[in-house]
Design a protein around this ligand. Structure first.
Ligand code: NAP
Ligand code: ZN
Ligand code: ZN
Length: 346
């Protein structure tokens, strides 16, 4: 199946129009005409080979919303014209302990990324949502609640589930003090979701221009982390710190800002490592954990929660020819708060 999209041809080339083949739809496959795709910072790390291992041409995009245009004979959950979503992965082994527990994202045999993975034939790379169509097994297709604006719902498929899952895992409940570090795509969803669970949310940011937005998004407090003494004033304050920052930064101060037994959740995936001292962990029995998106069942639960609470991402719509400019702006932290591509133009 021939489709149109945008690809990076090398780590230092800009993304440009490119046509490629999708696999022939099988019995359990859903063919989706993509309408919207968010730009996640992971797309940028991947297109620029910042984590290593990218093969080219590379088609990023894992915050996908579209309409079903065709279903295989064995598909039971979806029909033509349904509005659906696809997130960060499109296959897993389905038999390992993690898959059995609906945690396909942690598949012990390697989850297949929506991009950067390999198809069943063992050689064809998977390609993401900066494209006109995608072919996905129905198990990895999500139902999008009618109540949600489809463009605003696209970022839920990565930024939404990546912040929802760890906040649920640690059991954030009303009155908990949650700090969200970095007010970008993940960060602004973290604020909305933590607030929807009844938490008292503080944004930790280096951008004064985002203060007013933080409050509008549901935060109770805003701290400029690059101001002298700002972190010292927060020692022992939070139950949870959710770190969404995309680059190397100090994490000892943020860990110190936790109460005794507090948890620091790392979801930001800086290509360079952070230095963490023992002291901040030892003093106060604090914990550090990481989290990778979320399983399919939990992603559907998150979408339904967002449908019920009318939660979507704040988006800036762009056309495919604006993707490179959007990458530059995202790297500068200049996006309010997610770029979403109008994929009907592919
Ligand atoms: P984003 O929209 O670019 O937001 C990142 C934010 O971090 C920026 O808006 C900025 O916030 C802050 N920031 C950026 N550079 C910084 C620096 N050098 N020092 C301090 N703060 C900085 O990115 P995103 O799409 O939310 O993704 C964030 C990270 O999470 C990326 O590394 C991405 O790969 C990763 N990620 C992980 C998962 C997972 O499953 N764990 C899923 C998706 C994405 P302020 O302006 O407020 O300071
Ligand atoms: Zn992502
Ligand atoms: Zn598995």
């Amino acid at each position: 199946m021939r489709v149109r999209g945008y690809a990076a041809q090398s780590a230092d080339s800009e993304l440009a129009a490119w046509e490629f083949e999708r696999r022939t739809p099988g019995e359990k496959d859903v063919v989706i005409r993509i309408e919207y795709c968010g730009i996640c910072h992971s797309d940028i790390h991947f297109a620029r080979n910042e984590w290593g291992g990218t093969t080219y041409p590379a088609v990023p995009g894992h915050e996908i919303i579209g309409r079903v245009v065709e279903v295989g004979s064995g598909v039971t959950r979806y029909h033509k014209d349904d509005r659906v979503g696809v997130g960060c992965f499109v296959e897993s082994c389905r038999t390992c302990g993690s898959c059995q527990e609906d945690l396909e994202n942690y598949c012990e045999n390697g989850v297949r990324g929506t991009y950067g993975g390999v198809e069943d034939d063992g050689v064809t790379p998977t390609r993401g949502g900066y494209s006109s169509h995608i072919v996905v097994d129905e198990h990895f297709v999500l139902n999008i609640p009618d109540a949600l604006d489809p463009a605003g719902a696209a970022p839920l498929l990565c930024a939404g589930i990546t912040t929802y899952s760890p906040l649920r895992h640690v059991g954030v409940s009303p009155g908990d003090r949650v700090a969200v570090m970095g007010l970008g795509g993940l960060g602004h969803m973290g604020v909305k979701l933590a607030a929807s669970f009844g938490a008292e949310v503080t944004v930790l940011s280096r951008s004064p221009s985002k203060q007013a937005d933080a409050e509008r998004l549901g935060a109770h407090d805003f701290v400029l982390t690059n101001e002298e003494g700002a972190m010292n004033a927060l020692v022992g304050r939070f139950d949870i710190v959710l770190d969404t920052i995309s680059a190397e930064h100090d994490i000892n101060g943020p860990v110190m800002s936790l109460k005794r037994d507090g948890t620091f959740i790392m979801v930001g995936a800086s290509p360079t490592p952070h230095a963490l001292a023992g002291g901040p962990l030892i003093m106060g029995r604090r914990s550090v954990m990481g989290s990778l998106v979320g399983g399919i069942a939990e992603t559907q639960e998150m979408l339904d929660h967002c449908g019920k609470h009318r939660i979507v991402s704040d988006v800036e719509m762009i056309t495919p020819d604006q993707i490179n400019e959007a990458y530059e702006r995202a790297v500068q932290g200049d996006v309010k708060y997610r770029f979403v591509i109008d994929c009907t133009q592919f």
